[in-house]
Design a protein around this ligand. Structure first.
Ligand SMILES: [Zn+2]
Length: 305
């Protein structure tokens, strides 16, 4: 594990005289160990990689929200695939988590034909959505795209082009590194977006087209290479047009579930329903799908308020 590397998001611009007038905005994320909590020991590799991609999309996009809240990335698969649900969320202050539901038998048969199935095969098509959650008592904003292509970056690009008409290029990489206690899931990603042209800025197509071509030369391994700091990668790619690093934000992998919140949910059920939920020893057990922590309640703990 790279203790010297941080889980971090870097915001940058490319081209133009200054940040405000830059024709291209971008974000890059490095997660040397933040995916580990969600992915380790819970999923077969193919599912873990796909969920890792969804979490990186969440980290890249959440930062663009203009208010405090969270971005939820969801994929719903079809019967043709093995993964029925992928869910990843990231708060605007950089807390990510995620989980997946999959069918082990269907996955086995997909792997027989395809050693390296991507998003389209694993989900069997289906939908990709991003939802903006600004907290209770606010409306959810949701957009949808169909699952096409091998990587979730294909879905995300499609989503932005379709719903916001913002030309977007995204790259994602999920890999494994060797840590002192065994393999560690690592991830990296980058996205750039063209800013619409206006009087002050002039046309923005050329710089975006160049940046896009340069970004497509990046190897997956470079997106997660611990020996290649993000600053150096960005400089190498975009230096010609002028790249400016605006700021960095730490990314944390911690779940926001709590015993108290779960107890509150349980209290909304009547005694009969709670008795049905309880195991033979009279205890109610509930696991958080995100972090797999198990909470155990006595039925009395969960009395109606
Ligand atoms: Zn949790």
């Amino acid at each position: 594990m790279q203790d010297n590397q941080n889980n971090e998001l870097t915001v940058f611009t490319v081209g133009g005289p200054d940040d405000a007038l830059a024709p291209v905005r971008g974000r890059a994320v490095r997660l040397p160990n933040a995916l580990q909590t969600a992915l380790a020991d819970r999923y077969p590799d193919a599912v873990a990689r796909l969920l890792g991609e969804a979490m990186i999309v969440g980290a890249l996009v959440a930062r663009s929200l203009k208010f405090d809240g969270r971005l939820v990335v969801q994929c719903h698969g079809t019967n043709e695939g093995a993964v029925s649900l992928l869910m990843a969320d990231c708060t605007t202050d950089g807390h990510i988590r995620g989980y997946a539901r999959y069918d082990a038998e269907s996955l086995k048969s997909i792997l027989l034909d395809n050693r390296d199935p991507g998003a389209d095969a694993l989900l069997g098509g289906g939908t990709f959505s991003m939802t903006i959650d600004q907290g209770p008592d606010t409306d959810l904003y949701q957009g949808l795209a169909s699952v096409e292509g091998k990587r979730l970056s294909d879905c995300a690009e499609h989503f932005f082009t379709q719903s916001d008409q913002i030309p977007t290029q995204m790259r994602l990489a999920v890999g494994q590194d060797v840590g002192p206690d065994g393999p560690v899931w690592t991830g990296g990603g980058m996205m750039i977006q063209r800013v619409a042209e206006d009087k002050a800025r002039g046309e923005t197509d050329d710089v975006y087209a160049t940046a896009k071509a340069l970004m497509s030369t990046v190897e997956d391994a470079e997106l997660i290479d611990p020996e290649l700091p993000v600053e150096r990668l960005l400089y190498r790619l975009f230096n010609e047009d002028g790249v400016r690093l605006l700021d960095t934000q730490p990314i944390h992998a911690d779940c926001r579930c709590s015993r108290e919140r779960l107890a509150n949910t349980l209290r909304s059920f009547d005694a009969k329903a709670k008795a049905e939920m309880a195991d033979a020893d009279g205890k109610i057990r509930a696991s958080c799908e995100f972090c797999n922590v198990e909470y155990v309640f006595d039925t009395e703990d969960a009395q109606p308020i």
